[in-house]
Design a protein around this ligand. Structure first.
Ligand SMILES: Nc1ncnc2c1ncn2[C@@H]1O[C@H](COP(=O)(O)OP(=O)(O)OP(=O)(O)O)[C@@H](O)[C@H]1O
Length: 562
């Protein structure tokens, strides 16, 4: 086990409650096995002792013992199931936050649907741990004990049943080996297909408007059929092995009866011992059969475990580093170097820039030159190939995000609001702070607009809320300004806004500057910012860049627009 997965698992194992529950579940399994293993011996006594001695009192006592043993086994099984379910809940609670955080980090690097896959994997593990499969594993403790008792009854019984157990175990191993790759392939294809289809179906206007829906579904069908076919191949192999396994269990019981009759004919076994041996054959082979029959649960839990391990190993949280107390206030980009995934040449080559508190820095350059990536590097969202971004001496990539978040105001190019009210979105889903939210909305020039919404600040803002793109952008700007952050990173904040909206954005940035924020913003609107910026960072293809002093802003932005 590697990385955070092993840490999460180690933490789980060390938790006193977890260990107590696990030990209790194991103890119950042993108690249950003892109750079940007593039954064949009782049966033997009934057959041999009672029938020979015609002793009905003994039969009565043995019958009561029989019922008590069975009821105990049943009650212990139910109790153990409840314990395992509690264990599964504990594991799911511990894993879900870690899994989602790792999924978000993988999404930052361009992965699709990682959150959904991580949640599915975590749910699969929870189902596995809380279901009967682990309990079946505990019941395997009965196998050696049953074999020893069989051996004591007669070594040939143990030989027959032992051979059946080995054969079933080998079949299970072969099944696991031959289907593991197929299960993984099918599951990953299906996840990829589901992610792609979901992404395409989200563009419902375009699909209906351009009549592309049928073509999109037609393109999806063969990929989905291939994924299902791979799953079917694994199922077919499983069906064959499961059939043989069930057969092997019956064969062991039948073999024991045949051997027992032969032994009884030579007076080397009693009739009672044949029945006891047959029951013990079932006790020894059934847990193995159940494990092989639960192939699907094992295969998918194993896949989920592996995938979560890989997610944690590949997307571990960067280790938090302490801030440099001597670091300058504001934002300092030091020799930032970045090449896009799969790219051959750096898009940003050793960019160095200092944005002091109370200043506005405009980033300009043609499409695809690396402006948004620079902003994401400054925020510590992308790993830099070289150099670092420091906010007040704190490397943003290696900061505690919960502490860094409130110090930052970020408006991404593609503004998304989350399910929830306008008030909650602007307040970043923190404790209710109506006054702070209204202040931020006023600063963003969004307060009046919000007042005109059907339910004002209580209006639903998420994707189903029906807000226009401009309204979403202004609410997104208010969210960025909420809490007076010391660093404001705005990616084309005025895009798609009318003249009044664009001026409101500019006024908001100037107000934030007046309050001491270091503002780094990308814009394709040269005239809007003319005379209002303190420095310009001009990016050019090939990793070239130049920082310019005030007065050049109009020229730089004008060139970008051209
Ligand atoms: N996750 C990614 N995977 C691969 N390439 C990427 C990724 N993110 C960015 N790039 C590439 O990096 C380059 C810079 O992209 P970026 O979005 O930073 O440009 P930009 O200057 O903001 O463009 P625009 O003005 O069009 O918004 C582009 O060539 C883009 O294709």
């Amino acid at each position: 086990m590697t990385g955070q997965m092993s840490q999460a698992w180690a933490a789980l194992r060390q938790a006193p409650a977890f260990r107590r529950l696990l030990a209790l579940a194991l103890a119950m399994s042993f108690a249950r096995q003892a109750a079940l293993l007593g039954m064949p011996l009782l049966t033997m006594h009934i057959f041999d002792g009672v029938t020979e001695g015609h002793n009905l009192d003994t039969l009565m006592v043995l019958s009561i013992a029989f019922v008590i043993a069975l009821s105990m086994a049943g009650a212990l099984r139910a109790l153990r199931a409840a314990l395992m379910s509690a264990l599964a809940d504990d594991m799911a609670r511990r894993l879900s936050l870690e899994a989602l955080q790792a999924a978000v980090r993988s999404a930052l690097l361009g992965s699709r649907q990682p959150g959904l896959a991580a949640l599915q994997d975590q749910a699969e593990l929870r189902r596995f741990l809380g279901g009967n499969t682990i309990a079946d594993l505990f019941d395997m403790t009965a196998v050696p004990v049953a074999l020893v008792v069989l051996f004591l009854l007669h070594p040939v019984y143990a030989l027959v049943v032992g051979a059946a157990c080995v054969m079933m175990g080998l079949l299970g191993r072969v099944l696991d080996r031959t289907t593991r790759g197929l299960v993984r392939g099918a599951s990953e294809r299906q996840l990829k297909n589901a992610g792609e289809l979901q992404g395409r179906l989200r563009q419902s206007d375009m699909l209906e408007g351009l009549g592309m829906l049928a073509a999109v579904v037609r393109r999806w069908e063969p990929a989905q059929a291939a994924a299902l076919a791979e799953g079917d191949r694994a199922q077919a192999r499983a069906r064959a092995v499961r059939g043989v396994t069930e057969y092997a269990s019956y064969m062991a019981q039948g073999g024991v009866v045949v051997v027992g009759v032969v032994l009884a004919l030579g007076d080397r076994a009693s009739p009672g011992s044949i029945i006891a041996a047959m029951m013990l054959a079932g006790t020894a082979t059934q847990p193995i059969a159940r494990i092989v029959l639960a192939w699907r649960e094992w295969a998918f839990a194993n896949l989920a475990w592996q995938r979560l391990q890989e997610l944690f190993a590949d997307h571990a949280a960067p280790a938090v580093r302490p801030a440099d107390p001597a670091g300058p206030p504001g934002l300092w980009l030091r020799e930032l170097r970045w090449t896009p995934p799969g790219g051959l040449h750096p898009v940003l080559a050793d960019v160095t820039l200092y944005c002091p508190p109370g200043t506005v820095t405009l980033v300009v350059g043609p499409n695809g030159v690396g402006k948004s990536s620079l902003l994401r590097l400054a925020l510590g969202l992308l790993p830099a190939e070289g150099g670092q971004a420091l906010l007040g001496g704190q490397a943003t990539r290696f900061a505690d995000r919960a502490l860094l978040g409130p110090r930052i105001g970020y408006l991404p190019q593609d503004v998304q609001l989350l399910d929830g009210s306008v008030l909650q979105n602007i307040g970043r889903f923190g404790p209710e702070d109506a006054a702070g939210v209204v202040d931020a909305a006023r600063m963003a020039g969004a307060h009046e607009m919000i007042g005109r919404l059907p339910q004002g600040y209580a209006t639903e803002a998420g994707p189903t809320g029906g807000l226009s793109m401009g309204q979403r952008r202004m609410i997104g700007l208010a969210r960025a300004l909420y809490g007076a952050p010391e660093f404001l990173a705005l990616d084309e904040p005025e895009a798609g806004l009318d003249q009044a909206g664009r001026e409101a954005v500019r006024d908001a940035v100037l107000a934030a500057r007046a309050e001491g924020a270091a503002c780094l913003l990308i814009s394709h609107e040269p005239t809007l910012w003319s005379g209002h910026v303190d420095q310009v960072l001009r990016l050019a293809p090939g990793g070239h860049w130049r920082a310019e002093t005030p007065g050049d802003a109009t020229t730089a932005a004008g060139e970008t627009a051209a």
